[in-house]
Design a protein around this ligand. Structure first.
Ligand code: XIL
Length: 377
């Protein structure tokens, strides 16, 4: 399906593109992709035209492997999330001792390239230093959590666009009526640990947008519905108590085999519920797992692109959505290679650019979706 590329650029300029494509019987999807292809603008620019930010996660080590990737990153992004550098286990290998070297270098790189930074993440059950689990008790849990927040959010105060204050705190599989995930934070800090975390972050950094980042809210199935209901319920309680929560992060690690439960009316209604509560909404970790898709790269790229298109067009219809962040920009630097590898051993293709940093169908899908998105005020 490369028909779009064969169309002479001048035909678009002369306004004949639609007719040519129409005569070839191509889908509206291919037409929109071809139109985006004619416009070679970087994603951050297409996003900015609609009042949105666009960016990606990044680990600085990727730039040591490829300066071309650094160029791609700078050209496409106006916001970035540290994939690793601000997680607790990256910052502190011994109790109470912090090394901000890499995280500071990350912020300096973003500053130098006029990119905003999404702080990620203060309170999570994963990526914790080995020493922590054996030290945490019910007696010291709250103090350890808030001390960490004061140290880390205090260190970066005034420099970050937002903080993912809490991360992945809901899990229907924990079978609790409130929907919270059973974690060492819940056990040792009590059910109000979310609230404490937001208040502590606001005290340490009064400027950053404070975000609750969560996975699988995108899924319009029983699991996703349970997470959505739990979030709205907990959010109502916290907002009524004046807890400073400004935004919701939708991770959006999407799966090709779940295409049918993405981007439907119930999802859009959920985004509406968040907006009604005054939340700014961000897509924070977008990628598409291709493990169930055919081996053929062209077919795979089309299927992945259609999922980007379907999910993002539903998402961007909601004006409270302010930004899109993918979890990596190019297939060669994706966590999916380790997390959900293909069983046939072929390299995964979950991101908008390929391993040679060339735009794929997913890139054109994102570009076209941004171009047809309503403008934010
Ligand atoms: C992932 C990183 O991409 C991996 O390199 C690391 O090994 C594990 O964490 N949800 C999150 C992210 O909030 O921080 C995770 O990042 C992916 C899932």
């Amino acid at each position: 399906m490369n028909e779009g590329r064969k169309i002479d650029r001048r035909e678009f300029v002369q306004g004949l593109g639609v007719q040519v494509l129409g005569a070839l019987g191509l889908s509206e999807w291919t037409w929109r992709r071809a139109a985006a292809q004619a416009a070679t603008a970087p994603l951050r620019q297409l996003a900015a035209e609609k009042g949105l930010v666009f960016g990606s996660s990044l680990a600085l080590k990727y730039f040591l492997q490829s300066t071309a990737y650094q160029q791609l990153f700078v050209s496409q992004c106006d916001i970035a999330t540290p994939e690793l550098h601000m997680k607790w286990d990256s910052l502190s290998s011994q109790p109470g001792v912090y090394n901000f070297g890499n995280a500071d270098r990350f912020v300096a790189f973003c500053d130098a390239n006029r990119m905003r930074v999404r702080g990620h993440t203060l309170v999570w059950h994963d990526a914790l230093p080995a020493w922590l689990a054996s030290q945490l008790t019910v007696a010291n849990g709250q103090a350890i959590m808030t001390e960490h927040i004061h140290t880390v959010a205090g260190h970066f105060a005034g420099k970050l666009y937002s903080w993912d204050v809490v991360n992945e705190v809901l899990d229907p599989a924990s079978r609790r009526p409130d929907g919270l995930r059973n974690t060492l934070w819940l056990e040792n800090c009590g059910v109000d640990y979310l609230e404490r975390a937001f208040r502590a972050t606001a005290a340490a950094d009064p400027v950053a947008l404070l975000v609750w980042n969560e996975n699988y809210l995108e899924l319009s199935n029983g699991f996703g519905a349970a997470k959505r209901a739990a979030m709205l319920n907990l959010l109502d309680g916290m907002l009524a108590r004046g807890v400073p929560i400004h935004g919701i992060g939708l991770e959006a690690h999407l799966r090709a085999d779940q295409a049918t439960v993405l981007g439907d009316a119930s999802y859009e209604a959920f985004l509406g519920e968040l907006a009604r509560r005054g939340m700014k909404i961000f897509v924070t970790e977008l990628d598409v797992q291709d493990v169930t898709l055919p081996a053929d790269a062209g077919a795979r790229d089309q299927a992945v692109a259609q999922i980007y298109s379907r999910f993002l067009s539903a998402t961007l219809r909601q004006p409270a959505v302010r930004g899109i962040v993918t979890w990596g920009l190019a297939d060669s630097f994706s966590w999916i290679a380790g997390y959900r590898p293909r069983t046939d051993g072929l390299p995964v293709r979950p991101l908008p650019f390929d391993a040679n940093f060339q735009p794929k169908a997913a890139y054109y899908a994102i570009a076209a979706t941004l171009q047809s998105a309503p403008r934010r005020g």
